[in-house]
Design a protein around this ligand. Sequence first.
Ligand SMILES: *Cc1c(COP(=O)(O)O)cnc(C)c1O
Length: 341
Amino acid sequence: MIPLRLTIDRRALAANWRWFRDRAGVPAAAAVKADGYGLGARLVVETLRAEGARSFLVSTFAEAEALGAPGEGGEILVLHGFTADEAPAAARMPWARPVLNTPRQVAAWASAFPGRPADLMVETGMHRLGLDPGAVAAAVAAVPVETIHSHLATADEPANPMAEVQCARFRALAAATPGHRHSLANSAAICRGRDFAFDLVRPGLGLYGGVPHPAAEVVPVVSLAARVIQVKALAAGDPVGYGATWRAPARARVATVNLGYADGIFRACAPALRFHAGGVACPAVGRVSMDMIAVDVTAAEVGEGDWLALDFDVPRLAAAAGLSQYELLVSLGRRFERVAA
Ligand SMILES: *Cc1c(COP(=O)(O)O)cnc(C)c1O
């Protein structure tokens, strides 16, 4: 048995999915790249399929293969596009479709799979991936294009006008390319309103309990639990952990639990780390070690071998640690046993 547990609340995942889909009012493709933002992409796909999801986004054909067949009517979109060395994998997965980003990718796909559909990513201002708008006509002539995508740089900054500028550019592109579906919105952009929804939306973060925008109504999906290795009785003034950065203000009991920064609970998270033992909140104290955290359990009944729940509030912990919510989620380590609830 692995004594570190990451529980995925499938009902919460499904509820978040429905919220983003209904908010957008158009079909949605779920972003499950990086193994479902660290939660386990297979479980995510299985859960969302039961809610009617049929389209899933990964980064590479290798990720698509790891996921397996998406089931009846399912499709997998591959965001990094296509290179010739991925042809064998693409041939094995008729349900996978690249999102082509460059003229070279367009040419490689057209030559490897003449007549097989692909999507396009088009530049509207982020300057990360995507064809220049002037290259779209040639791409559409070379490949049967299903959906034309673009991506926003500032969707999660409500006061930043850049998202509207990108949206207007994309609207012009959509008007110039009728006969294709168009897709612009990630989780944050879905929250901005239906102007951003076009024909297909691409939620990720919000599905997993991240809060991408103040308007998002998201429920937590991930809960974490760790086990107590040892409990120590301290006298006032006794220090705890590396650097002896914390001292007991009075007589105290401190439990050492079996997770740390190797599991994605970083040292910078320490001030915001709170555990729960049978309804009693217990703060972490001192520095986070590689595989251990000290918890002040003076107020709780806690003994060796007990489980403590970590209060895994994604936006609060990320903010406290100076991390993005994405980084916090994808850093949750492989030592957690991932279980569905
Ligand atoms: C990852 C990704 C998404 C999902 O974004 P979230 O901010 O997690 O909702 C959507 N579109 C593209 C192109 C992506 O790379």
